[in-house]
Design a protein around this ligand. Structure first.
Ligand SMILES: Cc1cc2nc3c(=O)[nH]c(=O)nc-3n(C[C@H](O)[C@H](O)[C@H](O)COP(=O)(O)OP(=O)(O)OC[C@H]3O[C@@H](n4cnc5c(N)ncnc54)[C@H](O)[C@@H]3O)c2cc1C
Ligand SMILES: NC(=O)c1ccc[n+]([C@@H]2O[C@H](COP(=O)([O-])OP(=O)(O)OC[C@H]3O[C@@H](n4cnc5c(N)ncnc54)[C@H](OP(=O)(O)O)[C@@H]3O)[C@@H](O)[C@H]2O)c1
Length: 478
């Protein structure tokens, strides 16, 4: 609290600065903050996040065996340490503070709080035990404090079904099939490592409702999973028969062509059958899930997925080819299902929201008014997955932040150069103090970071993540 008090006193001297609040400290939030600080010398930028830890999906999404992707946090750390920037973790838009309160306190509010829910299939049995979203499973192995207790059952089955064939699907399949010893030197959460060491899952089915030309993953990630030690890969030759529309699709999209070529090569070079105990990866195409069926042995638990065979309709020229059912059905026995069919953003009170697309409606980052779509909300902007939907890699958010910051800058040129008084950081800190909310500053995060690295160094890991709220907040307040 003492640090926060001194911050309140110090920042009263800069009352006439441009007060900016960025909500969410993932890539979109940090790139926005960086670009705002660069473009506006008078800007004071506060980043708030509901977690006590920064960096969004770079910490809680990116796979533990992809440490090179996490290097970007060094750049984000430099932004947070800029003297005109502050980070306040453990502050949730919607419960700690409302959007209207923030809009009153700041000249500019940028929403960059990502996509923290899931698309649903809406089919029977989706709530059976053993059916999880990939988001939950990823948060579990990455030590997100909301999902440290997920405890997926990896012991009473040898088969997992992953629905969807994007890069997240490949991540979760790889984590299930990789030798745990290879994960032991990563920052994977210790509860997940322990469960994976005891896992009996040996077969993973990666199921797509469309064909190999439409698989949503990228070549680098596909190559990586295909190269797993001692892996048996199964891709049916029949599924690799392509149509003129597929040819057209590949001509227009080099990534699709590379992915298809890799799948074709993997199919022709794989063994005819697996050896006993060998890990197996089955790419299954043209199957759409119809229902999840209960296990005969475990009440309330998934035991099988029922699929309908599909065929593709439409031409590549007229948009994408879509999967339509053929009326033929097949069952696939399994004890774990991970739905990896995409993330979804959650609206907060008072925020215009497009429920069908799951995004905040905007033009180049300017939030459109809910009462009149020809108007934009004054001072309110959006960036990242909340703006575009849940697609794109870390770097995509950099270009996205550039667009949003360009809109902010353009709008500011039309306003009075001396901004009206806004309480900004002092107002925020006062409100949090009144509500007895423990804001975690960037230097508090430094304590968590050091402790995690110290714990990790004892067991040969880059860090041992603290995975529950109480531990995180206790270390932060030391
Ligand atoms: C499983 C997975 C793995 C990925 N792996 C890679 C990879 O290897 N390489 C790559 O380039 N890209 C990868 N990506 C994509 C990349 O992570 C995203 O493009 C990027 O993180 C999106 O940034 P964002 O800032 O919009 O959202 P996020 O990163 O999700 O950040 C949103 C932030 O907002 C906070 N927040 C949420 N709600 C609130 C609230 N109400 N109040 C305050 N704060 C809130 C969250 O805690 C979070 O910190 C991966 C994505 C996933 C899902
Ligand atoms: N290493 C990396 O760089 C990395 C790692 C992870 C994630 N990411 C990025 O993060 C973003 C999100 O990845 P993601 O895998 O969650 O999403 P994604 O790439 O959009 O893939 C979603 C998958 O779900 C399928 N799907 C959607 N709705 C479905 C339904 N109702 N029934 C059956 N299948 C359905 C899609 O098939 P259809 O095509 O048929 O709709 C697709 O195969 C992507 O841009 C990805 O590249 C990057």
């Amino acid at each position: 609290m003492a640090i926060i008090r001194s911050m309140i006193t110090r920042s009263y001297s800069s009352i006439r600065s441009l007060r900016v609040c960025v909500i969410g400290s993932g890539p979109a939030g940090f790139y926005t903050a960086e670009k705002m600080l660069k473009a506006h010398e008078d800007a004071q930028v506060d980043i708030i996040d509901r977690l006590p830890t920064p960096f969004g999906l770079v910490r809680s999404g990116v796979a533990p065996d992809h440490p090179e992707t996490k290097i970007v946090t060094n750049q984000f750390t430099r932004v947070a340490r800029n003297e005109r920037c502050s980070f306040f973790g453990n502050v949730t838009l919607g419960s700690s503070i409302s959007l209207s309160e923030l809009c009153q306190m700041y000249h500019v509010v940028v929403l960059a709080y990502g996509a923290e829910s899931d698309r649903n299939l809406g089919i029977p049995g989706e709530d059976l035990r053993g059916v999880h979203s990939a988001r939950e499973f990823v948060w579990w192995y990455n030590g997100h404090p909301d999902f440290c207790h997920l405890a997926p059952d990896l012991k009473s089955t040898d088969t997992a079904v992953v629905l969807g064939q994007g890069n997240v699907a490949l991540d979760v399949a790889r984590v299930l099939l990789k030798q745990p010893a290879e994960l032991a030197t990563t920052d994977i959460a210790s509860h997940a490592l322990a469960a994976l060491k005891e896992s009996s899952i040996r077969k993973v089915y990666l199921v797509g409702r469309r064909g190999p030309v439409q698989a949503a993953c990228t070549a680098k990630e596909l190559r990586e999973i295909l190269a797993l030690k001692d892996l048996y890969v199964n891709i049916k030759q029949d599924d690799l028969q392509i149509t003129a529309a597929d040819e057209e699709e590949m001509k227009n999209n080099r990534i699709r062509k590379r992915v298809f070529d890799l799948l074709t090569k993997a199919s022709s070079s794989s063994q005819t059958r697996p050896t006993s105990g060998q890990p197996e990866l089955h790419f299954t195409f043209f199957w759409k899930p119809e229902k999840f069926l209960e296990s005969n042995d475990k009440t309330g638990h998934v035991g099988c997925v029922n699929f309908e065979k599909t065929t593709l309709k439409g031409s590549a020229g007229s948009g994408s080819q879509i999967a339509v059912g053929t009326g033929q059905y097949e069952d696939l026995k399994c004890g774990l299902v991970l739905k990896s069919i995409g993330y979804k953003s959650i609206p907060v009170d008072g925020l215009p929201f497009d429920h069908s697309k799951g995004v905040v409606p905007n033009i180049k980052g300017r939030v459109l008014s809910s009462s009149d779509i020809n108007l934009t909300e004054d001072g309110l902007y959006v960036c990242g997955w909340l703006k575009r939907g849940p697609t794109g890699i870390v770097a995509t958010n950099l270009y996205d932040a550039e667009e949003t910051v360009a809109s902010i800058s353009e709008d500011l040129t039309k306003k009075d150069p001396t901004p009206e008084f806004a309480s900004g950081r002092e107002g925020l800190l006062q409100l949090l103090e009144n509500r007895k909310i423990q804001a975690v500053t960037f230097s508090d995060w430094g304590k968590i970071d050091s402790e995690e690295k110290r714990l990790g160094s004892l067991i040969g890991k880059p860090r041992e993540k603290l995975t529950n709220w109480n531990d995180l907040l206790a270390i932060a307040s030391k």
